[in-house]
Design a protein around this ligand. Structure first.
Ligand SMILES: Cc1ncc(COP(=O)(O)O)c(C=O)c1O
Length: 425
């Protein structure tokens, strides 16, 4: 067997270089590998393939755009007609009234953009000491230097020399309003922004309490802190509403998005920016109020075409409503696994779930979830590990009820297989 020359993300290449799972095609909620084996895609790849695989309508729209004009600069006065159409469409969907949009290539770019823009905002409005960024334990905000520093999973920060990449970051417990209020009081006048995922995703599918986001929104207003909702996963329907912001009554100044905006047909991310933050840069005559930031592919025409075609499908096929309908069906199916070996709790929000392994089992064998994921492949289900403790479920919105049952049965069979050979038996 030849050893791969491709360096995978988040992989132990000692192992993976000879054990790649190579996907060759996709259709709806399924993917097929180069050996011809088909799997239910339990995770919509990396939470992005919301409209499902094989959408010719999107690839045709991209091909047409690339043939006419594949891209141009969006620095200075330049942009493209496709970029402007995507900006109109995205801002018309925004839950922030009168929003404008800054485009980028993915979620990590979006987070960098929001963090820099918040600090630039405070600088131009005469409060340059507001530089601190508050994030949450278990958070994931991508893997650029800022996102790595904002992240709340210690394993992602370990092994880089002991220092965070960006120093002005403080983390609070994920759902603790009181601890957040205490920090806001202690560091009054220093805090630029608070950032959080409406539902913590990669950190283990952790939903908020009923009142959490209303309270955090109020605190941010009270202490004059900009609120950034990181909707890279939750945006465009994953929670059963177009935005997590709407489901949880969040009042953000900015929203970061990526993934579901194109369902991954082209790489795209961005930040929706509300009137307050935009005003000094667009509307108010403040000398030097320019945001010197941007990426070569900000507003890329092909990505813009993919976004528009993808959003057309989501709206025409009422896929957000479909997620709301499927939520209780997924929840009921996943709860069945509470009776399976090794399973502790299960958590479901929208079309997203985590199947957590009991802590005592993980203590004996921290690789348990990895083994369950590997065994799931044999049972025709492609999934992955969330924060070392849970099996990740977030299928394409087009998954059928039968496929939900088959997916959960496959994971159940994998749990049985792994438990059967486990040292604790
Ligand atoms: C909430 C959140 N923010 C940011 C990111 C980073 O996005 P990307 O991997 O596109 O850079 C992710 C990726 O999973 C995410 O889940």
């Amino acid at each position: 067997m030849t050893t791969s020359r491709f360096w995978h993300g988040f992989a132990d290449m000692h192992v993976v270089k000879d054990r790649e799972v190579v996907i060759a095609s996709g259709d709806g909620a399924t993917i097929t590998d180069t050996n011809g084996k088909t799997y239910i895609d339990a995770t919509a790849a990396l939470w992005f393939c919301n409209v499902g695989y094989g959408r010719k309508e999107i690839s045709d729209a991209v091909a047409e755009q690339l043939t006419r004009l594949h891209g141009y600069s969006s620095f200075g006065a330049y942009t493209t007609d496709a970029t402007l159409r995507a900006a109109e469409r995205l801002t018309s969907l925004s839950p922030i009234p009168n929003a404008v949009v800054f485009l980028a290539s993915g979620g990590s770019d979006a987070i960098d953009t929001a963090g820099k823009l918040a600090r630039r905002y405070w600088d131009v409005v005469g409060k340059p000491n507001k530089t601190l960024m508050v994030s949450r334990e278990h958070a994931y905000h991508g893997m650029h230097a800022l996102g790595t520093s904002l992240g709340g999973m210690p394993i992602m920060q370990a092994g880089y020399g002991g220092e965070p990449f960006v120093n002005e970051v403080v983390r609070v417990p994920a759902l603790d309003v009181e601890a957040t209020a205490k920090l806001f009081e202690q560091r009054r006048d220093e805090i630029a922004l608070f950032v959080g995922e409406p539902v913590i995703g990669a950190g283990g599918v952790i939903p908020p309490t009923e009142t959490y986001w209303r309270d955090i929104s109020a605190l941010c207003r009270q202490y004059d802190v900009l609120l950034v909702a990181d909707e890279v996963i939750t945006g465009f329907g994953r929670t059963g509403r177009m935005w997590g912001t709407q489901r949880y009554d969040i009042k953000p100044d900015m929203i970061t998005f990526a993934k579901g905006v194109t369902s991954g047909y082209m790489p795209l991310g961005g930040v929706l920016v509300g009137e307050r933050v935009r005003a000094p840069f667009w509307d108010e005559p403040i000398a030097g109020a320019v945001f010197r930031h941007g990426y070569t592919y900000s507003g890329h025409s092909g990505a813009a075409a993919a976004a528009i075609a993808n959003l057309d499908i989501i709206e025409r096929e009422r896929l957000v409503e479909r997620v709301a309908t499927l939520e209780p069906i997924l929840d009921t199916a996943v709860r069945r696994l509470q009776g399976a070996p090794m399973v502790g709790e299960t958590r479901t929000v929208g079309l997203t779930a985590a199947v957590a392994i009991k802590p005592a089992i993980l203590e004996k064998d921290p690789a348990t979830v990895e083994k369950v994921v590997a065994a799931s492949l044999h049972h025709g289900v492609a999934s992955r590990v969330l924060r070392g403790h849970a099996v990740h479920i977030s299928p394409p919105f087009v998954i059928t009820e039968q496929q939900i049952d088959a997916m959960v049965d496959g994971i159940g069979n994998a749990l049985e297989d792994v438990a059967a050979v486990g040292a604790w038996n």
